[in-house]
Design a protein around this ligand. Structure first.
Ligand code: SAH
Ligand code: SF4
Ligand code: F3S
Length: 470
């Protein structure tokens, strides 16, 4: 029986991609994806527990879904990291759910729905750390410009604050030939940009006879039709020279790296079990910038970790001012049960942590704005992804350095790489115009013809309306 399903997604790109896979699996079995929980017969909530706030958002959403269920009898399922963490114990807080699957079991989503209808509550958390279930999304029904590709799952790093190794299991890499086959398929279906996903891509295939990450990048760089390659995330402790040298060598590898540093204080880095010093981190940044001077560097960092005093925080600020990141995701430390840091005494009062966060974010905002403004007047290549989220008639795309550019355009541009003059830099995006328009304005005639209108419309809506970030 065909059903209408809705997927609500919290958390990182892995979760976004897992939601895509579930949507693909269900749609390929004749079920219809909708984007409003009220309309759905089945609602799947793909969860994140990296910080307490993500968990709280989940439980408050479940309150709303409970009301919908009591009106309409909706089937409710939970997947992702909270599911894996809580297992059957999740029923203590949300006894009304019908099924729950761990991240390794999303391949069985249809069975879980069916079983919960026919036999009652269904749970499956097996195989975490075992054979990965990778699902390629082959024949995409809409024309996607960019796609995620999982290359590995799990994490072996056990940073002391982090729950991920406990919910995603140990590192398991996917075979390179399967990845390459998937990327070829994506290229054939019109995808121009791939983002390779793993918690720590540097250790891809570590300890196996299959190729390492730099070789994988080289192989993907050769695939015809793919124009851009990105990856997340890279751990500073094992960012190798071989990987650094890929920047600048591989023409499709975009000049952007996300390299979380977490703290600028060696004392805190040690207590976080990160395996590098602030000096090591700076050296890696120098190597990257020597290789490609304009490479964009973004990072994650945490304030208020147990033991972080004024001097430690100042070291973090120093690193931020010295490196001048293009963007920074910053968080107040959130203690997570089961992690090594859980037992540490909280030494930074919440108000103090929040005020450190504000100082940090204000500084970074000014740096990002300065960097974005410095781009005004330059011409950069962007890949047009679809309609701008700002609404109106604007279109949006990203530079190779991963900056968002909004510009006037038309549907035929979607999926094209075009040169854009940057008119204005803001804190979170840039405003530009296609170079041909400028020529039109100067010459009074079109200097370049618009890309042909042979592209289908990107259903930017596909994942929208059902996405929540934790
Ligand atoms: N594997 C990636 C991403 C991990 S989660 C990596 O190692 O970079 C994304 C970010 O969330 C982390 O980089 C960290 O900055 C933040 N984070 C993880 N656990 C946290 C916690 N307990 N409290 C606050 N922030 C946390
Ligand atoms: Fe978490 Fe550290 Fe693994 Fe990243 S590398 S997922 S922060 S344990
Ligand atoms: Fe991602 Fe959150 Fe899980 S960050 S791996 S969805 S805990």
């Amino acid at each position: 029986m065909a059903m209408k399903f809705c997927i609500e997604t919290f958390g990182c790109q892995m979760n976004e991609h897992d939601s895509e896979k579930m949507a693909y699996l269900l749609a390929s079995r004749g079920h219809e994806q909708v984007f409003d929980a009220e309309e759905a017969e089945v609602v799947i909530v793909n969860t994140c527990c990296v910080r307490k706030k993500a968990e709280e958002k989940f439980y408050s959403l479940m309150g709303r879904l409970k009301r919908i269920k009591s009106k309409k009898g909706t089937i409710l399922g939970v997947t992702g990291c909270i599911a894996q963490l809580e297992k059957e114990g999740i029923l203590n807080r949300v006894p009304f759910i019908d099924f729950s699957l761990g991240p390794s079991n999303i391949g069985k989503i249809e069975t879980a729905i069916k079983n919960s209808i026919e036999k009652g509550k269904h749970f499956d958390f097996s195989e975490n750390g075992g054979a990965p279930i990778y699902i390629s999304i082959p024949d995409r029904t809409e024309r996607d410009v960019k796609a995620y590709v999982s290359i590995m799952k799990g994490c072996n790093n056990f940073c002391s604050y982090c729950i991920v190794p406990y919910v995603r299991g140990r590192e398991v890499s996917r075979r390179s030939e399967d990845i390459i086959k998937e990327v070829r398929g994506l290229a054939e279906s019109g995808v121009k940009e791939v983002t390779l996903l793993g918690q720590n891509v540097n250790s891809y295939n570590k300890g196996t006879s299959d190729m390492g990450f730099p070789e994988l990048l080289k192989a993907i760089n050769k695939i015809e039709g793919i124009e851009r390659i990105r990856f997340v995330t890279s751990h500073p402790k094992d960012l190798s020279d071989a990987l650094i040298n890929c920047f600048g060598d591989l023409e499709k590898l975009c000049e952007h790296i996300h390299l979380p540093f977490q703290s600028g204080s060696d004392k805190i880095l040690e207590s976080m079990n990160r395996g590098y010093t602030s000096e090591d981190y700076r050296r890696k940044i120098d190597l990257l910038r020597n290789r490609v001077p304009h490479i964009a560097i973004t990072a994650d960092c945490i304030v208020g970790f147990p033991g972080e005093d004024e001097q430690d925080f100042e070291k973090t600020m120093e690193l931020i001012r010295d490196v001048e990141f293009d963007g920074l995701f910053s968080f107040v430390y959130s203690p997570r049960k089961y992690t090594l840091a859980w037992s540490l005494e909280m030494t930074v009062p919440r108000e103090e942590a929040l005020s450190r966060l504000k100082v940090l974010q204000d500084t970074q905002k000014a740096i990002t704005l300065k960097k974005n403004r410095a781009m005004e007047g330059s011409v950069v290549q962007i890949l047009i992804e679809g309609k701008s989220k700002n609404g109106g008639e604007e279109y949006t795309g990203r530079t190779r350095t991963n900056k968002i550019v909004n510009l006037p355009g038309e549907r035929g541009m979607i999926g094209n790489l075009i040169d854009v003059e940057i008119l204005k830099g803001y804190a979170n995006s840039l405003k530009g115009r296609p170079v041909y328009q400028q020529m039109e304005a100067i010459d009074g005639k079109k200097g370049e013809v618009l890309p042909e209108k042979n592209m289908e419309v990107l259903h930017a809506q596909r994942n929208e309306g059902c996405r929540h970030h934790g």
